[in-house]
Ligand binder design. Structure first.
Ligand code: TRP
Length: 331
């Protein structure tokens, strides 16, 4: 069986961007792959080092989101990154194989640094700039074959593959080169029409939003700005609501598109229909989440079970790494 490793930063609840970008794929693939999901608290601390309470509490939110969408803990192992210090050890060895210039070119990191001027000012931390190196260690400590993720993670996978090639060529063949698996909706627009839905951008529909919240958010979403009156002709390609219809209203998108273009569909009705369809999908997820959220004992058992599955694999892998790097003293 091929192996999957993917993960989420515990910095907030997950939203429909995560759902379509990665979670749906994980749920679908967990039957055919040996699947591991990492709650990346060490990575979350790279830009939340000053807010450990936030990271701590969101470990459970992210766990709940994964379970609520249908991750089955009997098939998929979910674990906390910091409980596997072998990942940090491997990160140190990998950091010799990456240049600072290469890290500074990573487009996802570049964009994040720009967005985090408040935190970093003019000079970014060593830890944040280096998180792609630690992500390479996340993936390869389990020697994963595939990584289901959104397209913002492609630069991380590219760097991981470069590190693996370099490691293998210097120390001898040790790791696979992992492949990304991208969904049909690798990047979901925000409610404000911006190109990416994000927790920090305040433009997201969360998996645990209730019906009223979903309706309110959809009603406030940005549509084609040239369609002002109900019977004006619209351009669905410039409309966030239509973008979401493609995700949530699969069988009706052709009609929706044609009616909008002809001017026979008003934006208010169009939004109502979208809100109904989102509620149909998220309603059961929210219910499952509420059911689980009071069962802290079960959640802890799932995390411990994940740890027990990962720990021996990580230990073995580091033994091998130490051997390949000729630092296996007294073993
Ligand atoms: N960087 C990912 C994100 O921001 C989270 C993550 C950490 C991850 N380690 C990973 C994703 C390993 C895939 C594989 O969402």
């Amino acid at each position: 069986m091929k192996r999957i490793l993917t993960g989420d930063r515990p910095t907030g609840k997950l939203h429909i961007g995560h759902y379509f970008g990665s979670l749906k794929n994980r749920v679908r693939m967990q039957d055919e792959y040996e699947t591991f999901i990492m709650i990346a608290d060490v990575q979350a601390l790279t830009d939340n080092f000053n807010n450990p309470d936030k990271v701590r509490s969101n470990v459970y939110e992210v766990l709940l989101d994964n379970l609520a969408v249908g991750i089955d803990p009997r098939k998929t192992k979910i674990f906390i990154q910091s409980m596997i210090p072998e990942i940090s050890e491997l990160t140190v060895f990998y950091s010799n194989l990456v240049t600072i210039a290469r890290l500074e070119r990573n487009p996802t990191v570049k964009q994040e640094i720009k967005q985090k001027k408040d935190l970093f000012g003019e000079s970014v931390t060593y830890g944040f700039l280096g998180y792609p190196v630690s992500q390479a260690a996340d993936i390869t400590i389990l020697n994963a074959d595939v990584v289901p993720c959104g397209d913002d993670q492609l630069p991380m996978l590219e760097q991981t593959r470069e590190i693996v090639r370099k490691f293998n060529s210097i120390y001898g063949n040790t790791f696979n080169e992992p492949e990304p698996i991208i969904s049909n909706f690798p990047r979901v627009k925000g409610l404000d029409g911006s190109s990416k839905m994000g927790k920090s951008l305040n433009n997201a529909i969360y998996l645990d939003d209730d019906s009223e919240t979903i309706r309110q958010k959809v009603m406030g979403a940005i549509t084609d700005e040239h369609k002002i009156k109900k019977d004006d002709k619209g351009n669905p390609n410039n409309c966030t609501v239509y973008f979401y219809h493609e995700m949530f209203s699969q069988n009706d998108t052709e009609d929706i598109c044609n009616e909008c273009k002809k001017g026979t569909r008003g934006c208010v009705d169009c939004k109502r229909q979208l809100a109904d369809n989102i509620i149909k999908v998220l309603g059961p997820i929210r219910e499952k989440r509420m059911e689980l959220q009071n069962n802290k004992k079960l959640l802890d058992e799932i995390l411990m079970d994940g740890y027990m599955a990962v720990k021996p694999i990580a230990t073995e892998m580091m033994k091998k790494v130490r051997n390949m790097m000729k630092i296996d003293y007294f073993s």
